[in-house]
Write a new protein. Structure first.
Length: 297
């Protein structure tokens, strides 16, 4: 006997159509600089109106002025503040009448340290922004996105699956964001809304400059990576990857390209990489130097 279809259950294999940007409204956290600003600019160039959410009010004003107030609206909010993020979503809808796209991009890097020497308050800070901040962004927005058959993208990192050291809070937060995004995509399968995860290697932003270029030990860490993985892309290139993923409703996007091959073989490659790094004399020296920065620990 053929069972009747359950209400609101989409047919097997159903795929929502491509998401055209024209007339859509997008909210971007960490939107006043780096990847976030480049993404907001790319979305606006494609015909969307953008709501830029950032903790820096002067940077928000500058970003909105650069895009143009008819297309952009700025909100000063901290993604760690759950009530403020709910209010930001409400304000976005009041300003533009709807919300179709969410880019949960806000993130920070930790103070470089080993697990033995790290500041646990700094660990909490990174998790609160990089992980809980994503939840605080998505949760109040998801019903609006579903109502308009939109798309949510969470910004993870290749740090979610590559060997990591001297910044465990960042790796842990991005691995958790990856799983959050994957679960969200599955759960949205009962709707015409979609979600995806964006992974990036090294993107040339102020955050990367501070962590890898201006810090001598950060530079040593950077130089230990094989060249294909060390290759950098610009914030504009990262934004194009994000926007293409939104319009195609992609489950995952990754750049630079070399990291895509790594990701496909992550389990096999990481087993060897973890052991190789564990025994690497250069890394031992670097870790000793790093721990000497925190002699009181």
């Amino acid at each position: 006997m053929k069972l009747p279809a359950l209400p609101n259950v989409l047919p097997f294999g159903h795929k929502p159509p491509r998401l055209h940007l024209d007339g859509r409204v997008a909210l971007v956290t960490g939107g006043a600089g780096g990847i976030g600003l480049a993404t907001a600019e790319a979305l606006a160039a494609g015909g969307a109106r953008v709501v830029i959410v950032d903790i820096d009010p002067s940077a928000v004003d500058k970003a909105v002025a650069g895009i143009g107030r008819p297309l952009a609206h700025g909100i000063r909010a901290d993604v760690r503040d759950r009530e403020a993020m709910a209010a930001a979503v409400t304000q976005a809808v009041e300003r533009f009448g709807r919300l179709d796209i969410v880019v949960a991009n806000a993130g920070v890097t930790p103070i470089p340290a080993t697990i033995r020497t790290m500041d646990l308050d700094d660990f909490d800070r990174v998790l609160a922004i990089n992980l809980t901040g994503v939840v605080n962004t998505v949760a109040p927005a998801v019903e609006e996105v579903i109502a308009h058959s939109g798309h949510i993208v969470v910004i993870a990192s290749v740090a979610a699956f590559a060997p990591g050291f001297a910044g465990v809070s960042y790796m842990a937060s991005k691995a958790a964001v990856e799983q959050f995004g994957r679960a969200l995509r599955i759960e949205l399968g009962i709707t015409d809304a979609t979600a995806g995860v964006a992974y990036f290697g090294v993107v040339q932003t102020a955050m990367v400059k501070n962590a890898l270029d201006d810090d001598p030990l950060g530079h040593e860490i950077d130089m230990m990576m094989p060249f294909p993985l060390r290759r950098r892309i610009s914030a504009a290139q990262a934004a194009k990857v994000i926007v293409d993923g939104i319009t195609n409703r992609s489950a995952r996007t990754i750049a630079p390209t070399a990291w895509g091959y790594y990701s496909l073989m992550r389990e096999v490659v990481n087993r060897g990489m973890d052991e190789m790094l564990r025994s690497d004399a250069r890394l031992h020296t670097l870790l000793h130097k790093l721990e000497q920065r925190h002699p009181g620990k």
